[in-house]
Design a protein around this ligand. Sequence first.
Ligand code: NAI
Length: 395
Amino acid sequence: MPGLMATREEYGPSQPLKGARIAGSLHMTIQTAVLIETLQALGADIFEWPNGETANMILDDGGDATLLILLGADAEKDPSILDNPSNEEETALFDTIKRRLAKQPNWYSTVKANIKGVTEETTTGVLRLYQRQKAGTLPFPAINVNDSVTKSKFDNKYGCKESLVDGIRRGTDVMMAGKIALVAGYGDVGKGSASSLRGAGARVMVTEIDPICALQAAMDGFEVVTMDEGAPRADIVITATGNKDVLTVDHMKSLKDMAIVGNIGHFDNEIQVEALKNFKWANVKDQVDMITFPDGKRMLLLSQGRLLNLGNATGHPSFVMSASFTNQTLAQIELWTRGDQYGNEVYVLPKHLDEKVAKLHLDKVGAQLSTLSEEQADYIGVSVEGPFKTDQYRY
Ligand code: NAI
């Protein structure tokens, strides 16, 4: 993880995170462990405190820690918001909050008041933050790490390109070449996923609701179909949208016998897993279930509809997570040391830091960077050291 190692070297001596108590909700992988060690090496305390102290920073992936704190604080004022959970996850979350409030009635508002900022890793969590910003209910500054170019255009895309097929193979040992696969969503995760399946020899179809992404998929050589049309033809269906009810029970009933279904988006509600509870389940092995429909057709569901690249495999490789987590670390330093210069809005890291993260990873892949002459830099209107693109540039 060259970015994290370089960050430790550069910032370790000055301890910029001294005094920061960082809490978060992240997938626990070996790469996350290296992130935690890095934050500690820069002076931070991580995750739980026995002596009544609470977090003063959040480092989130999907927005769950932020949601817990803010929902808990809202529930202190209006406990009735916890009355009607809509699924198992919400039931568990609401119960956690109720238990805490029974013991410490002001705990969530105390934590909320202490938080100086949140740095958010992924698309879905960022979406939640922007919704709060719009509603005027974001109580602290946030840095959207996901939209650093060196995060979403690398982790979401190249990370899933490695880890999607890895998860399907470890879960099923199926021969991928020659199979027909269907990927729902052609954003960054969908692009990596479709490419991953194609690389393994599958013929890949894509569904999209956004005409720009649909056109990209078509011009990348994928057949763009609706789920109604694609599902009955597919051997493998993967959701990558961050949306809900993308693969419905009716779609699943229309699949071929023994089709493989999994999600690499955010939540298990991309696939209507709750509704599958009415059918016969057999656990084939850890994180692989076979569901039999009333007509006798069977379906293999990976990771119960949760992220299959983390459930059936070990997530993304360390190299790409190094880029993501270097962004996280720089964002934590920025909010902890200069948070008072930010309002309660969602920000992205400045482009020179994004370029810095990329630069820290070039050596490892043997890439030699060219350098502009002063004249060339003047000609294209940038400085020799960068930033090399405007904020509008799309990569
Ligand atoms: P994105 O916004 O770039 O792409 C999502 C795409 O899905 C969009 O193009 C959108 O138009 C499309 N979409 C939405 N509803 C749809 C529907 N009903 N049918 C077909 N297409 C639909 O988001 P990104 O970055 O690709 O992330 C997608 C999800 O994956 C998010 O929930 C994100 O948090 C998660 N994620 C998962 C990772 C993993 O390792 N498993 C890594 C990074 C992100």
